[in-house]
Design a protein around this ligand. Sequence first.
Ligand SMILES: Nc1nc2c(ncn2[C@@H]2O[C@H](COP(=O)(O)OP(=O)(O)OP(=O)(O)O)[C@@H](O)[C@H]2O)c(=O)[nH]1
Ligand SMILES: [Zn+2]
Length: 217
Amino acid sequence: MSEIRSRVSLHVGKAGNIPAEIVTFKEFKEGNEHIAVIFKRADLEQDAPLVRIHSECLTGDVFHSSRCDCGDQLDETIERMAENGGIILYMRQEGRGIGLYNKLDAYVLQSEGMNTYQANKALGFGEDLRQYGDAVHMLKALNVSSLQLVTNNPRKIKAVAAEFNLVSDQRTGTFIKKDNLGYLQTKSAHGQHMLCKHDLTDDTAQDQDIATERAAS
Ligand SMILES: Nc1nc2c(ncn2[C@@H]2O[C@H](COP(=O)(O)OP(=O)(O)OP(=O)(O)O)[C@@H](O)[C@H]2O)c(=O)[nH]1
Ligand SMILES: [Zn+2]
C-alpha cells in the first residue's frame, strides 16, 4: 500500500500557466517513480474527480511524435482538468511496460510491416505488460473512492471498476496524424480501444489530414 511522500505546487500546460500539484508516493514494488498531477485539489475537494491513468510515452508526450496519439491525449486531459479539476496518474510504464529502447525496437519492426502488437510479440514480450495495481494504490493513498475515468482502453476501465465506484468512463479525442492511422486502427480492431470508428476510416482520416494541413498553413 502506497502513502503520499510529498505534494508540490507548480504550473503546467503548454504555456505553463495552469496551477497544479505534483504528488509523489512511497513504496512502489518495482521502484518506478509514478506521480499524480492534481488540478483544483480534486482529490481533496471533489466527490468523484476526473482521473486519467496515463502511460509514459517519451516520444509522444515530450516530442509529439507522429507515430502515436499520447501527447495529444495528455494535452487534452490537462486542458479538461484545468477547467474541471482532476487527477492524472502519470505511470512510468513506457512502451506498454516494455521500456523505451524496446519500444523503439518495436517501431523498427513496425516500419518493416508488423503492427504494434505483432512487433511486441516478435521481440519476445506480451502484447501489453501493464498492470494497474500501482495506480490503484495511488488513488487509495489519495483517498479517492469514487471517480470518473478518462480513457479509451477497456482494460483500464475493468481494473478501476474492480476497486472503486466508477461513476462514468469518458473518451479522449481520436487524434489522427499522418503516420498513426494504422496504429489507431489496430488498437481499435485488436485492442478493443473505444476510438471513434468514423474518424478511423481511411477517407475521413485523409480529410482530417487535409483539414489539419489547411489549418496549419
Ligand atoms: N510497445 C509499444 N508501446 C507503444 C507503442 N506505441 C505507443 N506505445 C506505448 O503505449 C502506451 C500508451 O498506450 P495506448 O495503447 O496508446 O493507450 P492506453 O494508455 O492503453 O489507452 P488510453 O487510456 O485510451 O490512452 C505508452 O506507454 C506508449 O509508450 C508501440 O508501438 N509499441
Ligand atoms: Zn505514444
